[in-house]
Design a protein around this ligand. Structure first.
Ligand code: NAD
Ligand code: UD1
Length: 362
């Protein structure tokens, strides 16, 4: 029987909610009237992001500092203080490590955090009877795709431990659903999340030199780095540089709301297992993005074309049709919006959340 009531506030546990995508999704959840609890160990984020989420939403959330590998903590949280079992209507699971290069040098840290952490979360959810889950997967599960755009039924492969952790978790979730069809699970495959909330108050705050293109370009534009290295100018793409599907983080956040709604609408007896690409369907090259960023910021972004980065693919962009039909969701923001919002965040917070946390304000 359908259980969804759009007007009532549902209780949602968000693991990793203080991070980049999590903070934007918490804001969407609060704005939609839901009650949000964040569990995060802050290993790659700061509480400042959630303070700003609360101020943007005009509502508060509950924060618990803790690790998803702490089974007793998770069980207590999911069962609730009065053993009201279950204490949540859904879990959105962002918590995990995500740096590809680091995963190659520290595979066990990635298997422990991402795999053991997810097993621990799923065991605690099972005990508490919370069986509605949205999981952050990645387009990395498509490996080097034979063609583009990429549909959900394309073959999957892993080229590094990070990617393998996503692939294995996807399979674990399928096995879990097969074992107990009361589970309602969405495996969301993100393409390349970029940008920031339009207010410039929350955004991506990488520690150290960014690995990903957009934050690197932002730091060149603000003068923190001298120039961008463009990894490869000889790919079989229109301008020779790598092509990706950049998706605005606010669109990605709204995709999570659409997915939770779809899960809540699914029958709680027969459950469901959804696997959906979250992308725009538009391929953008590195040089396209550099030009768009220069226009949005009014700043030059000097670059040098260097050798290809190991493990990179030429082109990767989504076929986004399934998300439209299954979730009734599509992206609203274009590349100019992504660059303008990334620039607003970067220029208002040149040192990310750290400076604000030290001085007590934005
Ligand atoms: P992020 O690092 O900003 O957020 C992850 C959050 O999880 C952080 O706040 C971190 O402190 C927390 N965390 C990590 N390990 C934890 C643990 N053991 N216990 C509790 N909290 C823990 O990353 P993000 O970009 O917001 O990514 C969120 C999710 O989306 C990740 O699972 C990531 O793999 C996935 N994803 C991200 C991208 C991307 O480009 N950002 C693309 C595809 C998939
Ligand atoms: C990377 C990860 C992928 C992860 C995704 C989202 C690798 C090999 N892949 O994908 O697993 O799911 O992030 O977090 O790390 N580029 C430059 N110069 C730079 C940085 C990037 O030219 O300084 C180029 C890359 O070669 C690529 C494009 O920009 O063509 C996008 O790179 P990036 O933002 O790192 O994302 P992906 O490589 O798509």
């Amino acid at each position: 029987m359908a259980e969804f009531d759009a007007t009532s506030g549902r209780r949602v546990l968000v693991t990793g909610g203080a991070g980049y995508i999590g903070s934007h999704t918490c804001l969407e959840l609060l704005q939609a009237g839901h009650h949000v609890t964040v569990l995060d160990n802050l290993c790659n984020s700061s509480l400042e992001s959630l303070k700003r989420v609360e101020s943007l939403a005009g509502r508060s959330l509950t924060f618990m500092q803790g690790d998803i590998r702490d089974f007793e903590l998770l069980r207590r949280v999911l069962v609730g203080p009065n053993n009201e079992c279950p204490a949540f209507d859904a879990v959105v699971h962002f918590a995990g490590l995500k740096a590809v290069g680091e995963s190659v040098s520290q595979p066990l840290a990635y298997f422990d955090n991402n795999l053991s952490g997810t097993v621990c979360l799923l065991r605690a959810m099972t005990e508490a009877g919370v069986k509605t889950l949205v999981f952050s997967s990645s387009a990395t599960v498509y490996g080097d795709p034979a063609s583009v755009p990429i549909s959900e039924d394309f073959p999957r492969s892993a080229t590094n431990p990070y990617g393998r952790s996503k692939l294995v978790i996807e399979d674990m979730l399928a096995d879990l659903y097969r074992s107990d069809p009361a589970w309602r699970i969405a495996r969301l495959r993100y393409f390349n999340p970029v940008g920031a909330h339009v207010s410039g108050l929350i955004g991506e705050d990488p520690s150290g030199a960014p690995n990903n293109l957009m934050p690197y370009v932002s730091q060149v534009a603000i003068g923190r780095r001298e120039y961008l290295q463009v990894f490869g100018g000889d790919y079989p793409t229109p301008d020779g540089t790598g092509v990706r599907d950049y998706i605005h983080v606010a669109d990605l956040a709204s995709g999570h709301l659409a997915a939770i709604r779809a899960l809540w609408q699914a029958d709680s007896q027969t459950g469901c297992l959804l696997t959906v690409n979250l992308g725009t369907g538009v391929g953008v090259s590195v040089l396209d993005l550099v030009k768009a960023f220069e226009r949005a910021s009014g700043r030059p972004v000097p670059y040098r074309i260097v050798a290809r980065r190991a493990g990179d693919v030429a082109a990767c962009y989504a076929n986004p049709v399934l998300a439209q039909t299954l979730l009734g969701w599509r992206t609203q923001r274009n590349l100019a919006d992504m660059c303008a919002d990334a620039w607003r965040w970067q220029s208002r917070n040149p040192h990310g959340y750290r400076q604000a946390a030290a001085t007590g304000g934005a």
